[in-house]
Write a protein that binds this ligand. Structure first.
Ligand code: RB5
Length: 143
């Protein structure tokens, strides 16, 4: 499984913590930046991650910014992206089970590293439930 990962300056430190952990767990990943804590614009990283998932180059995306909302709003402009903002592992589980989320958005300024890593682990190992949730996902796209 290949993960696209990206963050702005507020998410950079957490992104650097996440990368070796993904590797340890046996995931391939592609890092779309940013590459420092210098102030930058979150769409510059959210769009490339969303493109990588939309195109099928990557199976899932992980995006990190201060609130998680800037990257989530940006990624969700892409028709094939279902990006979910998570601040507890239970929400991470539910965005996979019910929403078939393909991009995880993490609010680095509002949760601990420990919780962020639990969220990531839960997101990556939880399957979509299908059934009625599949029907609902089918109604998401704008015509
Ligand atoms: C950066 O200061 C901050 O605005 C950004 O990381 C994010 O929280 C935006 O939604």
């Amino acid at each position: 499984m290949k993960i696209a990962i990206g963050a702005d300056h507020a998410g950079y430190d957490l992104k650097e913590i996440v990368k070796p952990i993904l590797q340890e767990k046996g995931y391939e990943f592609e890092d779309f930046g940013t590459n420092s804590t210098e102030s930058t614009d979150y769409p510059d990283y959210a769009h490339p991650v969303a493109n990588a998932v939309e195109s099928g180059d990557c199976d899932f995306g992980v995006l990190i910014c201060g609130t998680g909302n800037g990257v989530a709003i940006t990624a969700n402009k892409h028709q094939k992206i279902r990006a979910g903002l998570c601040w507890t592992p239970e929400i991470a589980s539910l965005i996979r089970q019910h929403n078939d989320a393909n991009v995880l958005c993490i609010p680095s300024r509002f949760i601990s590293t420990e919780v962020a890593l639990e969220i990531l682990d839960t997101f990556l190992k939880t399957e979509f439930e299908g059934g009625r949730h599949g029907r609902r996902i089918g109604k998401m796209a704008c015509m």
